[in-house]
Write a protein that binds this ligand. Structure first.
Ligand code: ADP
Ligand code: MG
Length: 581
């Protein structure tokens, strides 16, 4: 993977271009967005099923776009959710007038960004709903099953959604069946070696010789626990036992079985594993239904595997069996004859749905007619300073994020601030307008949890400033910082102490308010508040993560400073310098 690369920054784009060039008989690009739509989508009166997430998981997610499966996939950078704007445009492209079902793994960045897309569609009168994939049994206990993350079992959830939509079910039915599939699928996995992001030299984590990680993540997160490496038959037992211990109520005795390779594990090894799995299922009274062995959700070149069971009922079995035809998965079902005679596809210039998507992001936000002055210049200098600061720390931020997350935090912050700076290039408006513009560009470009949160923070920060630059003083910045923190907490739901960027921002906000009361100028108050932000950041090292990817690791997240709390301190420092200028 690392060897077939031009420039690392162009990786996603070039991969999508090559993919569409090869598979144009199934898929096409969504104009003006990083997404893939099925050639036949939208179909009038059919629900649009939109899957998505970061890239690096092929055939999830865009390999499963096509007839009888997903209508479209929204694609982010490697291991990074697409932005809300991208997800919105992709969904618009496949709106056939019967609503949109979003379906993706339960990761903070995806939840935030797809959530913003869903909100926007609804505001336009398009019924949009979401089913989160939560099949990873080891990532949270049964009484917190809704917190679990989504891994290979998502294949069955997408298949159910796609088949239900393709046969013409209405949105409520598609949603209900997709939810049922998610409620009846479970996955557990192990990893033997980490994976390496294109353009980087080191894997995101390493496994000591003779050991394995149990409870793998699919973004190069380490497992939930480390233990001694076992022979294949013992791994089969470990996986089957974990799944059976967590079987859904009224499971029944028939389950579809998926053995998934993570990207760096040979099919032959997976066959050896299945040899051990089959008799254990039989002994537990489970009839394996059409087992599938291969790669369904990968994590770049990670070595490891997972086992998924979907306990079938009659409805789920019918949908499982239905015809599907995508680049990565084809099945000819009993419905094949009728699947060929679908209603007319809608031309992309047609009246319903698509065609308008790429024009959606035109008007520059935040242009409210306020009078520009020094504060506007300072705000733009603050964005430029923040870009320089996160760029200088990109590697460090990536390394901190890799300890408990997925190693992309530095990359995401640089991408975001680069877009923010480009978004105000040549712009001479107020501080308020500049931050709203910059934040909007940040959100669109960055993706991930931090894209939505930091972009939202900038927008809220700007939105709370007075319209005229002349009125921007210490108290105004204090109120803006308050509003920024409020936006992050509303979007992400984090409390102080949850080991996030909130732990830098909350003490900073309190200290800034106190300093502003003292009556100095904005720059003095800001500088006086920075030590509190730094103390907050340092305190995250001893916290256990409760939000975002790192929260799956529980105690294993302790001992490392939080990535977002760290980058936020650098951003605040850069803002302080710009204000003092
Ligand atoms: P991702 O988790 O999508 O890979 P990043 O790695 O860019 O995104 O950002 C991770 C950082 O985002 C974490 O270190 C944490 O500070 C912050 N974060 C994650 N979830 C939340 C949340 N719900 N609220 C506030 N901050 C969060
Ligand atoms: Mg990350």
């Amino acid at each position: 993977m690392k060897r077939l690369l031009n420039e690392a920054t162009a990786f996603r784009e070039e991969m999508v271009e090559g993919y569409v060039a090869a598979y144009g008989r199934y898929v096409r690009r969504v104009p003006g967005a990083s997404g893939i739509a099925a050639v036949g989508a939208p179909t009038a009166g059919r629900v649009g099923v939109v899957v998505g997430g970061g890239s690096g998981h092929y055939p999830a997610f865009y390999g499963l776009v096509g007839a009888g499966m997903a209508s479209a996939g929204a694609i982010g950078d490697v291991f990074t959710s697409p932005s809300g704007e991208q997800a919105y445009r992709v969904a618009k492209e496949v709106d056939g007038g019967a609503g949109i079902l979003f379906c993706f793994g339960n990761y903070a960045g995806d939840v935030l960004n797809f959530g913003m897309a869903e909100t926007r569609l609804r505001a336009e009168g398009i019924d949009a709903r979401t089913v989160l994939v939560t099949d990873d049994v080891l990532s949270a206990p049964p009484d917190e099953a809704e917190r679990r993350r989504g891994i290979a079992g998502g294949f069955y959830v997408f298949k159910t959604a796609g088949a239900s939509a393709a046969r013409g079910d209405d949105l409520a039915t598609v949603e209900a069946l997709t939810r049922r599939a998610n409620a009846r699928v479970r996955t557990v996995g192990v990893a033997f070696a980490g994976c390496t992001i294109p353009g980087q030299d080191e894997p995101l984590f390493t496994v000591a010789p003779g050991m394995m990680e149990v409870g793998l993540g699919i973004h190069g997160e380490p497992g939930i626990r480390t233990q001694e490496l076992l022979p294949a038959r013992e791994i089969a037992r470990l996986l089957v036992d974990a799944l059976l211990a967590d079987a859904p109520p009224d499971a029944g005795s028939r389950a579809a079985v998926l053995v998934n390779g993570l990207g760096g594990t040979k099919y032959e090894e997976l066959f050896v594993l299945y040899r051990g799995v089959a008799p254990l299922l039989a002994a537990a009274g489970i009839e394996p239904y059409e087992p599938q062995i291969g790669e369904f959700v990968t994590a770049l070149d990670m070595t490891g595997c997972s086992l998924s069971l979907l306990w079938l009922d009659d409805d789920l079995r019918t949908l499982h069996d239905a015809t599907a035809d995508t680049p990565a998965y084809t099945r000819i079902g009993p419905d094949a004859a009728s699947a060929g005679s679908r209603p007319e596809n809608i031309a992309t210039t047609g009246a319903i749905g698509s065609g308008t998507a790429s024009s959606a992001a035109t008007a520059a936000p935040g242009d409210d007619g306020g009078a520009p002055g020094r504060a506007g210049e300072r705000a733009r200098a603050a964005l430029a300073g923040a870009l320089a600061a996160v760029a200088a720390a990109e590697t460090e931020l990536g390394r901190i994020d890799a300890a408990a997350g997925d190693g992309d935090h530095g990359l995401g912050m640089v991408r975001g601030f680069r877009a923010a700076v480009a978004g105000v290039d040549g712009f001479a408006g107020t501080a308020r307008q500049s931050l709203v513009r910059g934040g909007t560009a940040f959100q669109d470009a960055a993706g991930g949890a931090s894209g939505a949160l930091v972009g939202g923070w900038l927008i809220a920060l700007g939105g709370a400033l007075p319209a005229d630059d002349a009125a921007v003083d210490a108290a105004a910045w204090g109120a803006a910082v308050d509003a920024g923190l409020g936006a992050i907490r509303r979007l992400g739901g984090a409390e102080p102490g949850d080991k996030t960027m909130v732990d830098t921002l909350a003490p900073f906000g309190t200290a800034l308010a106190e300093a502003a009361e003292g009556g100095g100028d904005a720059a003095t108050a800001w500088a006086a508040a920075l030590p509190a932000a730094e103390r907050g950041m340092r305190a995250t090292a001893e916290m256990v993560s409760k939000r975002g990817r790192a929260s799956r690791l529980g105690e294993r997240s302790r001992g490392h400073q939080d990535a977002g709390a760290t980058s936020m301190l650098y951003v605040l420092r850069a803002f302080g310098e710009a204000l003092a200028d």
